[in-house]
Design a protein around this ligand. Structure first.
Ligand SMILES: *Cc1c(COP(=O)(O)O)cnc(C)c1O
Length: 360
């Protein structure tokens, strides 16, 4: 067996320990004689898995009692519609456009009400986070929406916007559990898990209870009503059982690693290795304004498309996979999520140094 260093933006690298454990339990989960994939989601065994996953997540993020945790399907993209359908009482919301995912959410929301663009960094290809200290937010807005870590462009909100008392909804798909968060600052935190937590197919929604309502927009599908999911503890229909089981294992791994504060330190150390190299390199350049740099997704370029392609190809041969930048921006992107070990980044930087010398 040989494993590569996988810098994919998602689905992405998972802790080896988790994969090994899942492999061991594949044929016979703890004496049940079946795989978790094969068992009823109404069984006692599965009930323990989902309850424990929720308890561990609550502990990791210090989620207050007045927030519900929902384990859903449909990816982060399904939430682009679910959020306005459930929350747009006044049919008006503010969106901060910091990249493609925020833009998609904004466009989707326009189908359900008035989505107001409060700020945008489109003018400089989303290479920075706009000043959000005094936006034109009005009381009649049902929520203010952000994409907290911009997977494609590699920016991250280091301070949350001043929402002037309006509830904040945040897509944290690519920074989920990468550092501690104050859940009370949000109305909803949600994310697809395939970036930093588990296999694609699970989306986690953490929602303040008063936002779970019956008076959602007419024709909201039953499945998309947060109330349906909350009332049924995420078991209204069959949940993404196996994916959730892996998420549960990752939560346990995170607890063993020391929780989110330890993860943050680990991630800062890892990202610094790469950013420090980029800052002094004569060949490679980071593309993001320094103060807005993501700890998770690091885009960089040589400034020459051919050289970029050569780098990606040679890196692949050397065991560094998925370094090609998003199709919309080109260049390179190293996603260095929780499960990427420090030596993966150290070896990547050593490889980049060698490439720089050879191509000077
Ligand atoms: C990947 C990603 C999405 C889309 O996730 P899907 O699960 O494919 O719908 C949305 N937002 C962010 C920030 C992402 O990184």
């Amino acid at each position: 067996m040989s494993r590569v260093y996988n810098f994919s933006a998602g689905p992405a690298v998972l802790p080896e320990e988790v994969l090994r454990e899942a492999a061991e339990e594949m044929m016979d989960y703890r004496g049940c004689g079946m795989s978790v994939m094969e068992m009823s989601h109404r069984s006692k065994v599965y009930d323990d898995i989902i309850k424990e996953a929720e308890a561990d997540l609550r502990e990791l993020m210090s989620i207050p009692d007045n927030y519900k945790v929902l384990f859903l399907q449909g990816g982060a993209s399904q939430q682009f519609a679910a959020v306005p359908m459930n929350l747009m009482k006044n049919k008006k919301a503010g969106y901060i456009i910091t990249g493609q995912w925020a833009k998609k959410a904004y466009q989707e929301a326009k189908m359900y009400g008035e989505a107001v663009e409060l700020a945008s960094s489109a003018d400089e290809t989303f290479s920075y986070i706009p000043d959000c200290s005094d936006l034109a937010i009005t009381d009649d807005m049902d929520y203010v929406y952000i994409c907290e870590n911009n997977t494609i462009y590699g920016t991250k909100f280091k301070t949350l916007p001043n929402t002037k008392g309006v509830d904040l909804v945040s897509d944290v798909s690519s920074c989920f559990l990468s550092e501690p968060v104050d859940v009370t600052k949000y109305g909803i935190i949600y994310g697809g898990v395939q970036k930093n937590i588990g296999p694609a197919g699970v989306v986690i929604v953490i929602i303040r209870e008063d936002l779970i309502r019956d008076d959602v927009l007419p024709q909201t599908p039953t499945m998309l009503k947060y109330k349906t999911q909350a009332d049924n503890d995420s078991l209204y229909n069959t949940p993404p059982c196996y994916g959730l089981y892996i998420c549960g294992k990752v939560f346990k791994w995170l607890k063993k690693m020391g929780g989110l504060q330890a993860m943050k330190e680990h991630n800062e150390k890892k990202a610094a290795i790469l950013y420090d190299f980029l800052d002094q390199s004569k060949l490679f350049k980071g593309t993001v304004r320094k103060e807005d740099r993501s700890l998770m997704n690091v885009p960089f370029v040589t400034g020459n498309d051919e050289l970029d392609a050569k780098f990606v190809a040679e890196a692949k041969k050397a065991g560094f996979e998925n370094l090609k930048g998003h199709r919309s921006v080109g260049g390179m992107r190293a996603s260095i999520y929780n499960a990427m070990p420090i030596e993966g980044v150290e070896k990547l930087v050593a490889f980049m140094k060698k490439f720089e010398e050879e191509n000077a």
